[in-house]
Write a protein of this length. Structure first.
Length: 392
């Protein structure tokens, strides 16, 4: 028998069986006629998931971090000024990557638990009448804190200031699970990885590139080789592509689009609401400081003083063979995270909530066994899941 449990880390996610099989194909010559149709199917599917009407989808054999690097190095030049907020481990790491590439980052420090500070961005952009800022970076879903930022509002701030900076969005833990609208929000570079909303193994950096970003690529001077968009656009596959993952990506897009993106987002919202109902029943609170910031893909839960979140996560893995997300950076030890993105049902979520309860009780957190499960059950019973589609 298998003792495999679902994972509750915020990526890599659980993988649907049909997508796992789609990745497992016999070796194919990527220079043969068999490859272009599956490559095109994946890219067209991603464009649809990103709600991207124009531009290019570029796939690298890499992870989300490679996508960050590709976005930055293909469109900016050494010394360029970029605007970004630091409010969690991933916004922090993207800023670090920019600084290591010699970019001049204007960092707005925000408490961890808050989102991108739209009003502050608006002031800075309005004051930048010389248009020194070449790009604004937004981490759509800060996975470390479970906080969603308002990308459309950042676009509105750019437009209100008449500012031409590129809008770069890290959608690594939001895209394909939460509402994302590349064209409508005027996003110039959208970055994600295969192992989150697309429910695949890790191994693809997925980047949506707007026509404006493609124009910036022509003059950008940061050095790049492996991540050069120009080689990708000229040659399609300048080096050996991750054929199995690309086939899996096509299958994943088909699955998401068959469910309907609105239904995918609604499913994530429902499941997240059940998790949040459990958190409230435990007498605990999310790290996100207000409901408008709650992420539908991950909840970071603040633990009582004296309880080590990382020890809790280790204990859940050792005692119950279930993986939760540990706290990172400034909130390391203070929170633990329940990932609820990708392939997940409310029944699976209930098992994670039950396990979290057991682990917390073992670690001395004063939770009543069953309280969170009951609160989530109540929520799921009164907000039933959509009818099951033909089995995948
Ligand atoms: C929001 C966000 N950005 C970037 C990354 C980095 O992606 P990767 O680990 O695929 O390189 C992650 C990883 O969890 C993430 O959650």
């Amino acid at each position: 028998m298998s003792s495999q449990n679902p994972v509750f880390i915020p990526g890599p996610t659980n993988i649907p069986e049909s997508i796992r099989r789609a990745c497992d194909i016999p070796t194919m010559d990527h220079r043969s006629a068999a490859f272009p149709p599956l490559f095109e199917r994946a890219k067209t599917g991603v464009a649809e998931v990103l709600k991207m009407d124009a531009g290019e989808v570029i796939l690298f054999p890499a992870s989300g971090t490679g996508g960050w690097e590709a976005a930055v190095t293909n469109t900016l030049s050494p010394g360029d000024k970029v605007l970004a907020a630091r409010h969690g481990m991933f916004s922090l790491k993207w800023i670090d990557l920019c600084q290591r590439h010699g970019l001049d980052v204007e960092v707005v420090e925000c408490p961890w638990g808050e989102g991108a500070p739209v009003d502050r961005f608006a002031e800075i952009l309005a004051a930048d009448t010389g248009h020194q800022i070449k790009a604004v970076l937004v981490t759509h879903n800060e996975t470390a804190t479970g906080v969603v930022s308002d990308v459309a509002a950042v676009r509105a701030a750019l437009d209100a200031a008449g500012h031409p900076a590129l809008l770069m969005v890290d959608g690594v833990s939001s895209i394909a699970s939460m509402d994302f609208r590349m064209t409508e929000w005027g996003v110039d570079l959208a970055v994600t990885g295969s192992q989150k909303g697309f429910m695949l193994p890790v191994g693809l950096a997925i980047v949506g590139v707007s026509p404006k970003a493609l124009a910036a690529m022509e003059t950008a001077k940061l050095s790049r080789c492996f991540f050069d968009f120009r080689d990708m656009l000229k040659l399609g596959t300048p080096y050996t592509p991750a054929v199995g993952l690309i086939n899996g990506l096509g299958a994943s897009c088909d699955m998401l689009l068959a469910e309907g993106l609105d239904n995918v987002f609604a499913r994530h919202h429902r499941i997240a609401e059940g998790v949040r109902a459990a958190v409230a029943a435990w007498g605990l609170r999310p790290c996100a400081v207000s409901p408008a910031l709650y992420s539908d893909t991950v909840t970071a839960i603040v633990l009582p003083e004296g309880v080590d979140g990382n020890a809790l996560v280790r204990h859940a893995a050792d005692a119950y063979h279930v993986a939760f997300g540990a706290g990172l950076g400034e909130v390391a030890g203070k929170v633990f995270r329940i990932g609820h993105l990708g392939m997940l049902t409310d029944v699976m979520a209930l098992s994670g909530i039950a396990t979290a309860e057991m682990a917390m009780a073992d670690m001395g957190v004063p939770v009543t066994l069953g309280s969170g499960v009951a609160a989530a059950q109540d929520y799921y019973r009164t907000n039933k899941a959509a009818p099951v589609q033909a089995a995948a």
